[in-house]
Write a protein that binds this ligand. Structure first.
Ligand code: PLP
Length: 491
C-alpha cells in the first residue's frame, strides 16, 4: 500500500522522497502521511528486533517509495557506533519512573535520533528524483538541532548546511559545539534575536519564491532539517515503539498493558511522533506535554486557544524556549481539515492567536499538559538525584515535573516513561546550580566537577570539544539572512 504525503493546508500530495526533499509544501503547509500504518506484528515478534531491525520495520511502512536496500543503507549508516550505547535508546528504571534516554548520540541530545538518518534519507531521495543540484540545508535552532544537523550533514557530498542560532539563547556548550564544526560544507551564524526570529526568518526564506528561483538558477535547492521535515518526524516514531517493547522485555509491563509518556516539548515534534506511535497501535494512554515557562502549549491544551502574544522567556531548558510550535499544525489537521488549518495559521500570522472549536477541543483527549518554572526545574533535578542518584538534564526535569502533576491530579497509576532528551553535561551550569554545586567556574572544569561529584562519566564528544578550535564567528540580524546565504554560496 503506497503512502503519500499531503499538505496540512491544501490538496498537494507527493511521495515520501519528494516530501523529504521539499521540506515544506508549496502552500506553506506541512506534509503528513495520508494514512498512519498499523503495526501488524505481535509483541512476541517485535521483541526480537534490535533498534536497527525495528527501524527497518517502521521506516518501510512509511517510506513506501524506498526499496528495502535503500532503507537498510540509511539505517546502517545512522544507528551504528555514532551512538555511545549498543541499544541506541536505552530504557532505564530509576525509582518509580522509567527513562528513555535519547541522548547517547554524538551531540548529546535527542535530535541525533532523527538527524543521524535524515542526510541518508535525503541522499537516497535525491538519487530517486534524479536531482543533480546541490542541496542547501537551512536550519534554525534553539540549540540542539543545529549541532545535530551539522554533525549529520558534515562532509556529505552534494549537501551544504547553514545553521542560524539565537546568539544569546543557547548554552555555552551548545554554542561551542556548533562554532567548532570544521567541515567545508558547514556554516554557522549567530542571530541577533531569539529562536522564533531565527525560525520565522528561515520559514520566510523557504516561502520566498523569487529567492528560491534565483538559487535554483545557480544549481542550489534549499531544504530543511527542522522538524517541519517529515523525514525527521518519522524516524522519531521508532524509539516510542522501541521503548514500549523494552518495557515488555525488561518485565516492567505485560504485553498490551497501557502506559503514559511524558515529553519535554518545544516545537511539538517529539511528542507528535509519540502520537503517531499510538495511532499505529502502541498502547499509550496519555501523552503528557511538558512545557517550561514559555507555556503556550499548556494553555492550548487547557483552554483550547493558542496565543503567542506574550513575552519570550529565556529559561534553564533553552531547547524548549519556543512560542510558535510548528508541528502543532500537524495535530490540528488531524482534528480538523485543511481549510480550518489554513485559516488558523493565517490567524496566527496576522493576530498571533487562534481558537479551537468545541469539537476540536474534545478531540484532544489523548493529551495532558503541565509546565515547570525554572525553580521547579532545579528542584526536580535535585530531588531526583538525591532520591535515586539519577542525574537528569533540565529538559528531562521539566517532563518529570509535568508527570508528577499528572499523577497527582488524575491519580492514574499507569507506568510512565519520561522521555530524556539531553545529557546533563550539556547544561552543566544549571544542573550544578540545581544540585547546589558551585557553578561559578569555567565550563570544562565544571563538567569534571559534576562528573566527580556524581560518578557519571563525561561523554567522549564533550572531552574533544575543549580543544576544538572555533571556526565560525559570523553573526547577522534576521533581515540579513538572505544576503548572508547568497554571500556564502557566491551568487
Ligand atoms: C529540541 C528539544 C526539545 C523539544 O523537542 P520538540 O520536538 O521541539 O518538541 C526538548 N529537549 C531537548 C533537549 C531538545 O533538544
Amino acid at each position: 500500500m503506497e503512502i503519500l504525503y499531503k499538505s496540512t493546508r491544501g490538496k498537494e500530495k507527493v511521495r515520501a522522497s519528494e516530501a523529504i526533499i521539499n521540506g515544506l509544501a508549496s502552500d506553506g503547509g506541512l506534509y503528513i502521511p495520508t494514512i498512519i500504518p498499523k503495526i501488524d506484528l505481535s509483541y512476541d515478534e517485535l521483541i526480537k528486533f534490535d533498534y536497527r531491525e525495528l527501524a527497518m520495520y517502521i521506516l518501510k511502512k512509511y517510506l513506501t517509495d524506498f526499496s528495502e536496500e535503500e532503507i537498510s543503507y540509511c539505517v546502517n549508516n545512522a544507528y551504528n557506533d555514532k551512538f555511545e550505547r549498543e541499544e541506541i535508546a536505552p530504557l532505564v528504571k530509576k525509582g518509580d519512573e522509567y527513562y528513555l534516554e535519547l541522548y547517547h548520540g554524538r551531540t548529546l541530545a535527542f535530535k541525533d535520533m532523527a538527524l543521524s538518518i535524515l542526510p541518508y534519507l535525503m541522499k537516497v531521495a535525491c538519487k530517486k528524483l534524479n536531482i543533480k543540484d546541490e542541496i542547501v540545508i537551512l536550519t534554525a535552532t534553539s540549540g540542539d538541532t543545529g549541532k545535530a544537523a551539522l554533525e549529520g550533514f558534515a562532509g556529505i557530498p552534494g549537501f551544504r548546511i547553514i545553521v542560524f542560532y539565537p546568539e544569546n539563547g543557547v548554552s555555552h556548550i551548545q554554542k561551542l559545539q556548533m562554532v567548532t564544526q570544521k567541515e567545508e560544507n558547514t556554516l554557522v551564524f549567530g542571530i541577533k534575536g531569539n529562536f522564533d526570529d531565527a525560525q520565522s526568518g528561515v520559514k520566510e526564506i523557504f516561502e520566498d519564491k523569487n529567492f528560491n528561483e534565483s538559487l535554483k538558477e545557480e544549481g542550489y535547492i534549499l531544504s530543511s532539517a527542522n522538524s517541519i521535515n517529515i523525514g525527521r518526524l518519522i524516524p522519531q516514531i521508532i524509539y516510542y515503539v522501541y521503548s514500549y517493547i523494552s518495557m515488555i522485555k525488561k518485565g516492567y509491563i505485560s504485553k498490551g498493558q497501557e502506559i503514559n509518556v511524558s515529553v519535554p516539548t518545544g516545537n511539538f515534534g517529539n511528542i507528535l511522533a509519540g502520537f503517531y506511535a499510538k495511532s499505529m497501535g502502541i498502547p499509550i494512554n496519555k501523552l503528557i506535554c511538558a512545557s517550561n515557562e514559555n507555556n503556550v502549549l499548556w494553555e492550548f491544551f487547557n483552554d483550547g486557544s493558542y496565543n503567542k502574544n506574550r513575552d519570550f522567556k529565556v529559561t534553564v531548558s533553552p531547547s524548549m524556549d519556543i512560542l510558535v510550535s510548528s508541528n502543532l499544525e500537524r495535530l490540528l489537521y488531524n482534528i480538523s481539515d485543511e481549510k480550518t488549518v489554513k485559516n488558523m495559521m493565517e490567524d496566527l500570522k496576522r493576530k498571533g492567536e487562534y481558537t479551537l472549536s468545541e469539537s476540536m477541543i474534545s478531540s484532544l483527549k489523548d493529551f495532558y499538559s503541565s509546565f515547570a518554572t525554572d525553580k521547579e526545574t532545579y528542584e526536580a533535578v535535585k530531588k531526583m538525584y538525591e532520591k535515586n542518584l539519577y542525574l537528569m538534564d533540565t529538559h528531562t526535569a521539566v517532563a518529570y515535573k509535568a508527570y508528577k502533576d499528572y499523577s497527582e491530579t488524575t491519580k492514574d497509576e499507569k507506568k510512565t516513561i519520561i522521555v530524556s532528551t539531553a545529557s546533563p553535561f550539556k547544561f552543566n551550569k544549571d544542573i550544578c546550580k540545581g544540585l547546589g554545586i558551585d557553578e561559578e567556574i569555567e565550563d570544562f572544569r565544571l563538567i569534571e566537577k559534576l562528573s566527580a561529584y556524581t560518578g557519571v562519566e563525561i561523554p567522549i564528544s564533550l572531552k574533544i570539544l575543549e580543544s576544538s578550535p572555533v571556526v565560525h564567528k559570523l553573526s547577522c540580524s534576521k533581515s540579513e539572512m538572505r544576503e548572508s546565504i547568497k554571500k556564502y554560496l557566491r551568487v
